[in-house]
Design a protein around this ligand. Structure first.
Ligand code: FAD
Length: 419
């Protein structure tokens, strides 16, 4: 049996008895022969989908099948940033719904996910960039999302140690979303897993989907390394493996898989209390509650399914860090790792039906899918349960690449590695 509720009383009780009474956070379920709904992928999106299917849509007989372990994918590999500072109308309401869900998540799932609204600051370094940021900030405000354009002196007051006079990239100011921030990434996976389990969802780890069975044009189940599982509906939420798994169902997706790396330094005293992004190169940074500087940058730039990256990008990220805050050069790098990103052709996600009845697709999160986790789960659950798109996810159609309705937030064109 999984653990009971977490509360001040249970924490006190366990403190007094040496923490011997905690049960596992979720059951280690074995696959049953049949379910109403099978979600493939036990990352943040798959687990959140299962949770909201049970909680908001009253669905039962749900399984999440995960080829590895919960938290082993991108949900446990990202740099924990959450925000809703988008420009385009297709994106802002979706990501703002996600922000609102983050704000109530810990009470909802009874789990400490360390939601920390410490603010995210995007620095600008030229007049043109300031204008672009002002436009984005205004678009956010028109949608009721908080944003403020700061001048250089306001940024100096917040982060006096940045290299404001850098000869190539002087900092002129920044666009801040104060409600943005960080959330402990693996706690999100564990919290959703536990909350879904408590609503009866079977979470089946070490169970890789190896194929689909169809009855005419309708999906009837999935082949797995632990046998066939019959399913009324199947939701695909495998992030970096989307193309590979969709190919098993005969689909070719407008998605490429790329490596993205993250870095953590040794722990140091509190030094940077928000999230800061460099506007003249690809570098962003925050500090974890343990004191490590958490930072990252660009994709490695080549297609790969390896969860590790290479040295040229390590160098590139560190150069960005040195240009922004030279003092970072004295900190030792402790760890780095990589994750596989499902980069779509326009940089925006897909939450839609597929050409196979009963098979639904959640993919294309690029390197911004962590912040989307709650809204993605809710909207995917809505689609699977109701058969129609959620109001804030209507733009995330699979056919938008054919119809010319791309949601190209950065204006980069059809080049997945540039989004
Ligand atoms: C280094 C890095 C930094 C990032 N930083 C941020 C950030 O700061 N903010 C942000 O918003 N986003 C960030 N992201 C992106 C974000 O982490 C992802 O977009 C998001 O986590 C993807 O959704 P997920 O959690 O469901 O994916 P995953 O956790 O990858 O879940 C997919 C799961 O599917 C499983 N799977 C695959 N194939 C099969 C199969 N055949 N059968 C069964 N299971 C299968 C995988 O094992 C995996 O567990 C970052 C990503 C990386 C790698």
């Amino acid at each position: 049996m999984a653990a009971g509720g977490y509360s001040i009383f249970s924490v006190l009780r366990e403190a007094l008895r040496g923490h011997t009474g905690w049960g596992p956070a979720w059951r280690d379920a074995a696959p049953k022969p049949a379910y109403d709904i099978v979600i493939i992928g036990g990352g943040g999106h798959g687990l959140a989908t299962a949770y909201y299917l049970a909680k908001e849509y009253g669905e039962a007989r749900i399984a999440v099948v995960e080829k590895g372990w919960i938290g082993g994918g991108n949900v446990g590999r990202n740099t924990t940033i959450v925000r809703s500072n988008y420009l385009l109308p297709g994106n802002i309401p979706f990501y703002e719904l996600s922000m609102k869900l983050w704000e109530g998540l810990e009470q909802d799932i009874n789990y400490n996910a360390m939601v920390s609204q410490r603010g995210i600051l995007n620095l600008y370094h030229s007049d043109a960039q300031r204008d672009a940021y002002a436009r984005r900030g205004n678009a956010m405000r028109l949608h009721g999302v908080d944003s403020e354009l700061l001048d250089q002196s306001a940024v100096r007051r917040m982060y006096p140690f940045l290299d404001f006079e850098n000869a190539r990239f002087p900092i002129q100011g920044g666009l801040i979303q104060r409600r943005g921030g960080t959330v402990r990434h693996d706690a999100v996976a564990w919290g959703y897993a536990r909350a879904a389990d408590r609503r009866g969802v079977d979470i089946i780890q070490n169970c890789e989907v190896t194929g689909f069975r169809t009855d005419g044009n309708r999906v009837s189940g999935v082949e797995t390394t632990r046998g066939f599982i019959q399913a009324g509906k199947v939701g695909l939420a495998v992030a970096g493996n989307s193309s590979r798994v969709a190919a098993m169902a005969g689909m070719r997706l407008p998605i490429e898989s790329h490596v993205l790396q993250a870095f953590v330094s040794e722990s140091i005293k509190p030094f940077i209390d928000g999230v800061v992004t460099f506007g003249a190169g690809h570098f962003y940074i925050s500090q974890s509650d343990k004191g490590g500087l958490v930072f990252g940058g660009d994709l490695d730039g080549y297609n790969s399914y390896a969860q590790r990256g290479n040295m040229p990008v390590v160098e590139d990220v560190c150069e960005g860090g040195m240009a922004l805050m030279p003092r970072i050069g004295r900190v030792r790098l402790l760890r780095s790792w990589g994750g596989i990103m499902d980069m779509s052709m326009d940089g925006s996600p897909i939450i839609d039906r597929t050409g196979i009845e009963g098979l639904y697709l959640n993919a294309g999160w690029c390197y911004g899918g962590f912040k989307a986790t709650p809204a993605s789960g809710l909207c995917f659950a809505h689609l699977i349960a109701r058969g129609e798109a959620h109001a804030v996810a209507k733009a995330y159609r699979l056919d938008r690449f054919a119809t010319g309705h791309a949601i190209d937030e950065k204006g980069m064109g059809p080049y997945p590695h540039l989004h």
